[in-house]
Write a protein that binds this ligand. Structure first.
Ligand SMILES: NC(=O)C1=CN([C@@H]2O[C@H](COP(=O)(O)OP(=O)(O)OC[C@H]3O[C@@H](n4cnc5c(N)ncnc54)[C@H](O)[C@@H]3O)[C@@H](O)[C@H]2O)C=CC1
Ligand SMILES: O=C(OP(=O)(O)O)[C@H](O)COP(=O)(O)O
Length: 337
């Protein structure tokens, strides 16, 4: 069994812990938190050994009635691999600790690409992570773009990608985020960081991205234009995407008109936390004009990177190839709306 440590038990970390627990070849060795809160209490209730990420604050857990298994260093030492799901920039600070214990580490999209040996998307470049010590699972938006671009490149070739990303201002629990009543060009400079980030997955891709932030918490929305290397009928693209396990084509009959109903559907379908692990592409939006393809897709920022982290664990340790790993992860998590 692969022993997995999770350092940083917030939005991403707690979801990765639950997904790892579902895997037949993995065990959650423990999770590390900086301070006691509702998430720490839930971790204990779920039976995850809880480690103190900051030694000086370890007493706070005892004061809150939470038993600590030890300092985070013990967890990193005991694990085969660590998933660092700390806030942007903290992963870079933790790198030397992972090196000291010779434990391979996965980082999240908030870290810089040059921190790691390779950036990772399971559908696009799984093999690049084999045997690597430091791997970055790219951000939710980059994951969402990569999952669409990979099959298009393979089937038709891609000349140029142009994407406008309408991004949620913050996650539902991020009470300090905004905007509350505004629409922000964000970043106002072009391209946004997403284009260069996608190029860490496909180094020869021509892509420009523009970003905005809006007063929403549920999901991001992408407006995508891909110039293909040949003229393709929209129905062919729909068939191509229908074969992809992490692309959900929203059929017209479902009457899902936006992120609100998508999340409602996920809750009705019994998804944990209402998570939507797949890209959600409005089937009717898939259109072609000459060699230009257009579509809209919803991306659930809190969860689409979770199966990617699970696959990255197997990739780093050389425990499976892309197809086997993706299939196991999909089956155990129930991916495929
Ligand atoms: N929330 C999102 O929409 C997405 C986030 N990401 C990336 O995932 C990473 C984590 O983001 P979130 O889970 O949203 O953040 P979060 O703030 O929800 O969770 C981070 C957790 O790490 C803890 N933490 C802080 N300092 C720590 C330290 N030194 N050691 C251990 N734990 C520490 C925090 O207390 C918190 O529990 C970031 O790189 C972010 O860019 C990637 C995709 C989507
Ligand atoms: O990586 C994300 O978005 P991004 O790809 O727009 O940077 C996550 O949704 C986190 O974004 P945040 O940095 O606004 O919390």
């Amino acid at each position: 069994m692969i022993q997995v440590a999770i350092n940083g038990y917030g939005t991403i970390g707690k979801r990765v812990a639950d997904a790892v627990r579902e895997q037949p070849d993995m065990e959650v060795r423990g999770v590390a938190k900086t301070r006691p809160n509702f998430e720490a209490e839930t971790a204990v209730d779920k039976g995850f050994p809880l480690y103190a990420a900051v030694e000086e604050r370890a007493d706070q857990f005892a004061d809150a009635g939470l038993e600590i298994a030890g300092p985070v260093e013990d967890l990193v030492d005991a694990a085969d691999v660590v998933v660092d799901a700390t806030p942007s920039g903290i992963g870079a600070e933790n790198k030397s600790m992972y090196e000291a214990y010779d434990t391979p580490a996965l980082y999240q999209g908030g870290e810089d690409a040059d921190l790691v040996d390779t950036s990772f998307n399971a559908r696009s470049n799984f093999e690049d992570a084999t045997g690597a010590d430091h791997v970055r699972v790219v951000s939710c938006n980059t994951t969402g773009l990569s999952r669409v671009i990979a099959p298009l490149r393979e089937a038709y070739g891609v000349e140029k990608v142009r994407a406008t990303l309408v991004r949620r201002g913050g996650d539902p629990g991020q009470t300090s985020r905004g905007p509350i009543n505004d629409i922000l060009p964000n970043p106002v400079t072009i391209p946004s960081h997403h284009g260069p980030d996608v190029e860490t997955i496909f180094d020869d891709l021509d892509i420009d991205t523009l970003g905005m932030k809006v007063p929403a918490t549920l999901m991001h929305m992408h407006s995508l234009n891909v110039t293909l290397e040949e003229e393709v009928d929209a129905s062919e693209v729909r068939d191509l995407f229908a074969e992809e396990s992490r692309l959900f084509l929203i059929p017209e009959r479902m009457d899902i008109d936006g992120s609100g109903k998508l999340k409602e559907y996920a809750l009705d379908a019994g998804r944990p936390r209402g998570d939507v692990w797949e890209n959600c592409i409005w089937e009717e939006s898939i259109s072609t004009v000459g060699d230009d393809l257009y579509l809209f897709q919803g991306i659930h920022q809190e969860s689409d990177v979770v199966p990617e982290n699970v696959d990255a664990i197997r990739a780093v340790l050389g425990e499976a190839d892309a197809e086997e790993s993706i299939e196991t992860t999909n089956e155990t998590m129930g991916i495929g709306l």
